[in-house]
Design a protein around this ligand. Structure first.
Ligand SMILES: [Zn+2]
Length: 96
């Protein structure tokens, strides 16, 4: 998502990301809440990699619509009764 420069009448300058199809002319100032005008500048497209943009988009999407995780969590501990291996030689290995 491209990022755009905004400048408020109170002197605050900030950068906000919007999709190319819906870039607003004004955005709410984080300091005073008034409408800050978008500056004339190119979108900051080349400053980060596409992987970073993908991560930022997923983080923004997850903040509004978190996905429900089903099944086991990777890295979680197995239940005690679940066999880890079926090789009979592994039974002779020392236990912790
Ligand atoms: Zn302001």
């Amino acid at each position: 998502m491209p990022r755009y420069d905004f400048r408020c009448g109170c002197g605050t300058a900030f950068v906000a990301g919007y999709p190319l199809a819906s870039v607003p002319d004004t955005a709410a100032c984080p300091d005073c809440g008034n409408a800050a005008r978008r500056g004339v500048s190119s979108p900051h497209l080349g400053r980060t990699s596409s992987a970073t943009y993908g991560l930022m988009d997923r983080a923004a999407r997850s903040a509004h619509e978190p996905q429900i995780v089903s099944g086991s969590v990777p890295g979680a501990r197995r239940s005690p009764g679940t066999p880890v291996t079926t090789n009979p030689l592994h039974a002779k290995l020392p236990r912790p």
